[in-house]
Design a protein around this ligand. Sequence first.
Ligand code: HEC
Length: 111
Amino acid sequence: MKAIPLFAAAAAAFALSLPAAAAVDADAAVKLSKGSGCTKCHAVDKAKKGPAFQKIAAKYKGKADGEAKLVDFVVKSPKVKLDDGSEEEHKAVDSKDSAQVKNLVQWILAQ
Ligand code: HEC
């Protein structure tokens, strides 16, 4: 019987601990990157066809326009050069929801 009020209190505490906008939803970001095929070419900590997300984060961390640049990059699919010298259109994120795209970019930047 005591479990229910305890659970309610824990849930309330959890809700309060979530900052309104700042928290990155890592699960959603990973899911979206897998669903969009990003993980075919990117891993968090090692280079595949594309650079590791850690490397990308290091490049853009602390830059005021870093987040906006990366959002642009993953939405507008610019041409990129692959290691073998060929060019292809970079894959765009498979979501039209700008909050989800932003969450993914913020997650990349947090690696
Ligand atoms: C076919 C392979 C491939 C796929 C799939 C792919 N990428 Fe990339 N990505 C690359 C390559 C190659 C680069 C390096 C481009 C360069 O440095 O010019 C890159 C660069 C990036 C960058 C860094 C841009 C910069 O300015 O440094 C980000 C961020 C990125 N990818 C995110 C993603 C996301 C998110 C997805 C999924 C929607 C994705 N990539 C899917 C190959 C890929």
